[in-house]
Design a protein around this ligand. Structure first.
Ligand code: BES
Ligand code: MN
Ligand code: ZN
Length: 505
């Protein structure tokens, strides 16, 4: 979707739909909404007064202005909730509501205004509000219909092509355009992550993800390196090869390098689990809900989405994206419970449960990426069912070896509405992954499953700050938020990019 900032007075702007965001608090309407209200002979204040529309968060109401009252054909009121509860997340949701309603109406474009928290917003606030509007609009217009032969009549119908953000004050336009540029790139990157996540295992194979990485590299001038089985053999990536050996699909280790920072600056590394289908292996999963295990590559998808956005924004930083990708299936060649394998780092691993495969492929990737001498590494993985039990869909878990980095990640998550919450890595938890037969075993059992998985990863982390996000509960869902749809959420694409941006400035 195209998003433009237009210097215009909203009462005079011709559009099939003008979306107006309103706070819940009573009191007089502020300009420019007051101007619209006046031209509508006070209809907006009337519906507010009657209580038919209270401007609660998520509420919306469509008005048809009398002929010639204003240039817009329709006015959509959207509730922002109480002024004191206001944050950027409300703007994202309101923008998504606006584009979804526009899609339902079948209009080709809509216009909206940035909500005014105060009369003289700082440049910083202006940029952020415009960015959030763009994020919400792009994500709200997302739908996954690649695999449907008939397009459904929903928000994504090719009808809606454009959103104009109207701004009366000329001095604010440039700042808003800067915000829109960032918001659109974030929305596009997260949409890419969603599509990759939603594509089922027979489409999104390890080689398919590699092909998409090659596309990103050529579009944005990044270096791409793809390792297949023979290169993995040479490199000694025994853990990823072990996971892949039960499958007909060859594994890939995908590396994208965006080098736009100072030559001597150590890179930030984004790492994502790219398990394209997780049947559990010989420790097979129950068939109920197993189709959801196509989402087991959502961490890797978020890395690709983030690299896409970083490329689009030409971020002046050195960033490396790493995605180990494989299937986890069953066959006569599959690894078996009890097998001992040798990782890239050299540590031997007793595979007590073949369903704890994500940590195996990440372990090899973590030791492989040491060659980039990272300034910091952040990984995202749909790693444990235990994380879904602990935090549900409301937050990803974060663990790591550096409290400063964990705090940075937590803040980045808050800024973009992709919350994370820390779990403790007390030394005592490590006991659970001691093995009688190898250096370490790949499962610590059910208690504190998210933390023992993180401890397993930590065994392979080099001497750099590292944070691990368990996104098992947040990577996909029912699509409850206005800017989501059922299926992959794209989380934590925007968190990744926001963190990189915060480091780059
Ligand atoms: N991909 C799963 C984790 C998962 C579960 C993601 C539910 C999303 C929703 C992972 O590979 C897995 O199977 N983990 C096991 C580990 C256990 C065997 C130690 C789990 O959580 O049950
Ligand atoms: Mn598994
Ligand atoms: Zn898995």
């Amino acid at each position: 979707m195209e998003i433009a900032v237009v210097q215009a007075d909203c009462v005079d702007y011709s559009t099939p739909l003008l979306a107006v965001m309103l706070f819940e608090d009573r009191g007089s309407l502020a300009a420019p909404v007051a101007g619209v209200d006046e031209r509508l002979s006070g209809r907006i204040s009337e519906v507010l007064q009657r209580g038919d529309f209270k401007a609660r968060e998520g509420q919306h109401l469509l008005l048809y202005p009398p002929e010639g009252a204003i240039a817009a054909e329709r006015v959509l009121l959207i509730g922002l909730g109480k002024r004191e509860d206001f944050d950027l997340e409300r703007i994202r949701r309101a923008a998504a509501t606006a584009v979804k309603q526009a899609g339902r109406l079948g209009v080709a474009s809509l216009a909206t205004l940035a909500p005014l928290q105060d009369r003289q917003p700082s440049e910083n606030v202006t940029v952020k509000n415009a960015r959030a509007l763009a994020e919400g609009a792009v994500l709200g217009s997302y739908s996954f219909d690649e695999l449907k032969t008939k397009r459904e009549n929903n928000a994504s119908q090719p009808g809606l092509r454009r959103m104009d953000i109207l701004e009366p004050v000329e001095e604010r336009v440039a700042a808003m355009e800067a915000g829109v540029r960032v918001g659109s790139a974030l929305g596009n990157g997260e949409s890419l992550a969603r599509t990759l996540g939603n594509l089922p295992g027979n489409y999104a194979t390890p080689e398919y993800l590699a092909e998409r990485a090659r596309g990103i590299a050529s579009t944005f001038g990044m270096k791409v390196t793809i390792l297949g089985p023979s290169e993995m053999e040479q490199e000694g990536l025994g853990a990823i090869l072990a996971v892949a050996q039960g499958s007909e699909q060859e594994p890939r280790l995908i590396v994208l390098e965006h080098r736009k920072g100072p030559a001597e600056a150590k890179p930030l590394v984004l790492l994502g689990k790219g398990l394209t289908f997780d049947a559990g292996g010989i420790s097979i999963k129950p068939s109920q809900g197993m189709e959801e295990m196509k989402f087991d590559m959502c961490g890797g998808a978020a890395v690709l989405g983030a690299m896409h956005a970083i490329g689009e924004l030409d971020v002046p930083a050195n960033v490396v994206g790493v995605i180990p990708s494989s299937e986890n299936l069953l066959s006569g060649r599959a690894i078996k419970p009890g097998d001992v394998i040798r990782s890239h780092l050299g540590k031997t691993i007793e595979v007590v449960n073949t369903d704890a495969e994500g940590r195996l492929i990440l372990a090899d990737a973590l030791s492989y990426l040491r060659r980039f001498d990272p300034a910091a590494v952040v990984d995202a993985a749909t790693l444990t069912g235990a994380c879904v039990i602990a935090l549900g869909a409301q937050a990803s878990a974060v663990c790591g070896n550096d409290d400063g980095l964990i705090e940075e990640i937590r803040r980045a998550g808050d800024r973009v509405g992709e919350r994370v919450w820390p779990l403790p890595m007390f030394e005592e938890y490590r006991e659970q992954i001691k093995s009688d037969y190898a250096d370490i075993k790949n499962s610590g059992g059910r208690p504190a499953g998210t933390i023992t998985a993180a401890w397993f990863l930590r065994e392979f982390v080099g001497d750099f700050p590292w944070a691990h996000l368990d996104i098992a509960g947040t990577a996909y869902g029912e699509g409850k938020l206005a800017y989501q749809t059922k299926g992959a959420t794209g989380v934590p694409t925007r968190l990744f990019v926001d963190w990189v941006l915060s480091r780059a400035s």
